[in-house]
Unconditional design. Structure first.
Length: 388
């Protein structure tokens, strides 16, 4: 009896593995998809207002820990589809203060360098969470953005100190000997701010081994070395900066913006667009991103949001695992509704995304498997068959 049960289970496992191999064989190609991140639809008729923030437009940042949005887009329509000068405003606020001073601006995450003013920003290229770690072996080269590399060069005989080297385009910019618990930093000067940290990490542990030695890093932060310097009256599409404080940036439209039925216009440069329906003066804002994703011809098409704006909102996560909840709209705000919101990390808004193809439908892709994993699974299958 025991043999029969074991053989039966092995047969079931063999069938499951075979089905998995067949299913995943169609999901190996990679292609670029245009992802639309949409806000809640609302009226664009005369006298209506469309207020958008991280609760109803996932492109704008919302922090679930604070239960607050730190970006707002407020649009008032003087006539059908017409926004008079100064009637549309975009506001963004620091969502992490001293010492990180992090802020979202025009779809990107930045670090504000000047504690007195948010006029000098540097893009955040890498920022580890509290549980993130990077393990490097002796001689490893970690390729970072903007042609920077970090190298773990050596370790002393006691296994307490390591040499770390940061280079850009193969030219060394920082070389330091650090131990467990120490911080490695690379600083530089900009025109308006001195001693700007462009790269920092903390050595979590050092391990001296017989055949190999490793170092584990945490609290890694890497910032762009080409800062964005803002001034009032700087223009971004039809908007210009009207106010910069120590924690807030505000922009308003500097000219009249008009749109007609079945037309799409740029609101904030090419970041946020406004789409007006062909069937009446209602519409929605959206932004677009191009992502590389697995393409599978056999995968079903799933419509997430139809043209009427009513939904079966079936959110597709972008690079993250989502946790969702519902929030009530502010009273008196047109276009506000109960919509799912989700947070990939405590500080970053998630994006409810639709991947559009020519038919206007949305595609979902099954997770792909690497060639190494498929070979491993096939080997296991052969072993199971031989044991029979």
């Amino acid at each position: 009896m025991h043999y029969y049960i074991t053989k039966h289970n092995i047969n079931r496992l063999a069938c499951l593995l075979t089905a998995t191999l067949i299913l995943t064989s169609c999901c190996m190609s990679v292609s670029a998809k245009t992802v639309k991140i949409r806000g809640t639809p609302g009226s664009v008729e005369a006298g209506s207002t469309m207020f958008l923030d991280g609760f109803n437009f996932p492109e704008l940042i919302y922090r679930i820990g604070d239960d607050l949005s730190y970006e707002w887009l407020n649009i008032s329509f003087a006539e059908n589809g017409r926004i008079n000068k100064g009637d549309a405003s975009y506001t963004t606020k620091l969502y992490k203060k001293s010492p990180k001073r992090e802020i979202m601006f025009m779809g990107s995450k930045y670090h504000s360098l000047d504690p007195e003013n948010t006029d000098t920003l540097t893009k955040i290229l890498k920022s580890f969470g509290s549980d993130d770690k990077k393990t490097m072996s002796l001689g490893d080269i970690w390729e970072l953005d903007q042609n920077y590399t970090l190298t773990f060069g050596g370790i002393d005989q006691n296994g307490e100190k390591v040499t770390m080297e940061l280079a850009k385009n193969s030219d060394v910019v920082e070389f330091t000997v650090v131990g467990s618990g120490d911080t490695f930093e690379y600083k530089t000067d900009f025109e308006s701010v001195d001693d700007v940290i462009l790269f920092t990490c903390k050595v979590d542990s050092v391990l001296l081994g017989t055949n190999s030695s490793i170092v584990t890093l945490k609290t890694v932060r890497h910032y762009s070395d080409t800062p964005l310097i803002l001034n009032t009256e700087d223009e971004f599409g039809d908007f210009e900066i009207t106010s910069i404080t120590n924690d807030t940036i505000e922009m308003k439209n500097s000219k009249t913006i008009s749109c007609s039925l079945d037309r799409t216009i740029d609101l904030l440069d090419d970041w946020i667009k406004l789409k007006v329906s062909s069937k009446g003066y209602w519409g929605h804002v959206y932004s677009e991103e191009t992502l590389e994703c697995l393409e599978c011809q056999e995968c079903p098409e799933v419509s997430l949001i139809d043209e009427s704006g009513s939904a079966s909102i079936n959110s597709t996560s972008v690079n993250t695992t989502l946790s969702t909840s519902s929030n009530n709209a502010e009273p008196g705000s047109a276009g506000m509704a109960k919509v799912p919101d989700a947070t990939a990390t405590p500080e970053q808004t998630t994006k409810l995304a639709t991947v559009e193809n020519d038919s206007g439908m949305s595609q979902s892709s099954l997770p792909g498997f690497s060639a190494e994993l498929m070979i491993c699974m096939f080997t296991i299958l052969l072993i199971i068959i031989r044991r029979k």
